[in-house]
Design a binder for this molecule. Structure first.
Ligand code: URA
Ligand code: SF4
Length: 217
C-alpha cells in the first residue's frame, strides 16, 4: 500500500527564505489546514519589512478575504482611528493575522458570510507563518489584538481582561509584547461604550509606541 503523508501545518509549506515577498508567495498555496478550501485567498501580512511595530489580528474578515489584504474592512477602519489617536502612522507598521484564511459560516438561505473564530488547531497550524514574519521583520514591539492573537503567542491560559496593556514577553519570541482588545470586539460591543473602548485601545497602542524611538512610529 502506498504511504500517505498528512499535511497538518503551515510548516510543511514554509520556504527557507525569510524574505517577506518569498514568504507571501509561498503562503498563497498553503494547505496546512482546511481553511484554504472555502476562502477566496490567503491574506498575508502587509507593511514595510523594516517596521518596528507589528500588529497581529485574528484572521481576515469578509472584506479582507475579497481584497487579499489585512484590516481593510470595518475593523480596519476602527483600528485606523485608534492608530491616529495613538499618533502611530499606519504606513510604518506591519499588519498581519495569526490565521491567514477567512473562516466563516453562512446563515441558512443567506449569501452573507459570518465570521467564525478559528480553532486552537487552526491557530497552531497557521502560526509558523507568523513566526516567519517575526523572523523576517524582527520588530521591537508586537501588539496582539484580541484573545486569539494573544493566546497564539502567550499561551492558551492567557487572560486578556487581566493583562491587557502590560508590556509582556512570550516564550518563543524575543520581543516586547502588548496585548489589547480587538477592534471587532468594539464594533460588536454596545454603542455607548464605543468611545471609551476606542480610547482604551488607543492607550494600549500608545504604550506599545512608547517602547519605540520617535521616528519609528
Ligand atoms: N479582523 C482581523 O483580525 N484581521 C483582519 O485583517 C480583519 C479583521
Ligand atoms: Fe495554511 Fe493558515 Fe490557510 Fe490553514 S489558514 S491553509 S495553515 S495559510
Amino acid at each position: 500500500m502506498a504511504a500517505t503523508t498528512t499535511r497538518t501545518s503551515a510548516a510543511d509549506f514554509l520556504p527557507a527564505s525569510r524574505d517577506l515577498e518569498v514568504l507571501a508567495e509561498a503562503a498563497r498555496s498553503c494547505r496546512g489546514c482546511e481553511l484554504y478550501r472555502d476562502a477566496e485567498q490567503t491574506v498575508f501580512g502587509a507593511g514595510p519589512d523594516r517596521a518596528r511595530m507589528l500588529l497581529v489580528g485574528e484572521q481576515p474578515g469578509d472584506r479582507e478575504d475579497r481584497a487579499g489584504a489585512p484590516f481593510v474592512g470595518p475593523a480596519g477602519r476602527l483600528l485606523d482611528e485608534a492608530l491616529v489617536a495613538a499618533q502611530i502612522d499606519r504606513e510604518h507598521v506591519y499588519l498581519t493575522n495569526v490565521v491567514k484564511h477567512f473562516k466563516f459560516t453562512r446563515a441558512e438561505g443567506s449569501a452573507r458570510r459570518i465570521h467564525k473564530t478559528p480553532s486552537r488547531t487552526e491557530v497552531v497550524s497557521c502560526r509558523p507563518w507568523l513566526f516567519a514574519e517575526l523572523q523576517a521583520i524582527e520588530p521591537d514591539v508586537v501588539v496582539l489584538l484580541g484573545a486569539t492573537a494573544a493566546k497564539a503567542l502567550l499561551g492558551n491560559d492567557f487572560r486578556l481582561t487581566q493583562q491587557r496593556g502590560e508590556v509582556l514577553r512570550a516564550p518563543d519570541v524575543d520581543v516586547d509584547i502588548v496585548a489589547t482588545i480587538h477592534p471587532s470586539a468594539i464594533l460588536r460591543g454596545s454603542p455607548d461604550q464605543r468611545e471609551s473602548a476606542l480610547a482604551d485601545l488607543a492607550a494600549d497602542l500608545r504604550t506599545a509606541a512608547g517602547l519605540l524611538s520617535d521616528g519609528d512610529r
